[in-house]
Every structure is written in C-alpha cells, then in structure tokens.
Design a binder for this molecule. Structure first.
Ligand code: CU
Length: 140
C-alpha cells in the first residue's frame, strides 16, 4: 500500500514536471519606466511578456525591452513590435506608443539579468529593469 502510494505520487510528479508552468507577465512601458520593473520567473517556465506602450502623454514615443537574456533563449515575438539587435549586442523588442506585443521564451539559466530601453537616453533616465530567474520549481 505504501509502495502504491509512492508510485502514485511519483507519477503525478513526473506528469507535472513534463508540463512546464505557463507564466504570463504584463509589463507597461511609459517615460521612463517599466511597471513592474522586476520580473520574476523560474527556469523552464513558458514565459510570455505581454508588453504595452502606455505612454499616452508622449504620442509617438516608442519604448523597448532589450536584454542579454533575449540573446540566450529562443524568442518568439507576436503582436505589434519591431525586433532588432542594439549596438551593444542585446536583442530588443520595440513597441510604438499605444501598441502591444507578446514576447515568449523559456528561461534557461538562473540568475539576474538586466533589461533596459535602448531608445536614446531612456535607460539613463531610469527605464531599466531586472529579470529574476529562480531555479526550476523553486518558490522564494
Ligand atoms: Cu523608452
């Protein structure tokens, strides 16, 4: 009976390990910040950043998310965005004012990774953030 119980739980753990949790994180961009600015996730999560440019007080002003982590994962971008690689080598996703885009990826490495807006001077004015990637399954 104990063995059967252990096997049952074992099976459930295996099933849950095979289905990585989906994690949708909404990120709002304005001048000059991200809300929220700290994005927490686990290695192996199926992460989707739902990024909106909500800078209504500055019509036409684009903002972006650029990060070295974007270069280390397989990035899927949908919605209304432009992709590119900045001069520092960081991949970025640029969203025009009033637009929205989805950025999906699976974090591979635990740690903290910067992101910033690569539009001229936006990072200097405070538009920076951090990905906090915990090990798979770890809940702080
Ligand atoms: Cu910006």
């Amino acid at each position: 009976m104990l063995l059967a119980t252990a096997l049952l739980f074992g099976t459930q753990w295996t099933t849950s390990a095979q289905t990585p949790p989906a994690r949708v994180i909404k990120v709002s961009m304005t001048s000059f910040k991200y809300d929220p600015g700290v994005l927490t996730m686990n290695v192996g999560d199926k992460v989707t950043l739902d990024i909106t440019n909500d800078d209504k007080t500055h019509p036409g002003r684009a903002h972006s998310v650029a990060s070295p982590m974007f270069s280390a994962v397989d990035l899927t971008v949908t919605g209304d965005a432009k992709q590119g690689v900045a001069k520092d080598g960081w991949k970025y996703v640029l969203v025009d004012e009033g637009k929205e885009a989805q950025v999906s990826f699976v974090p591979k490495d635990a740690g903290q990774f910067n992101f910033l807006c690569e539009q001229y001077n936006h990072a200097s004015l405070g538009q920076v953030g951090t990905f906090v990637v915990w090990p798979a399954g770890y809940k702080p």
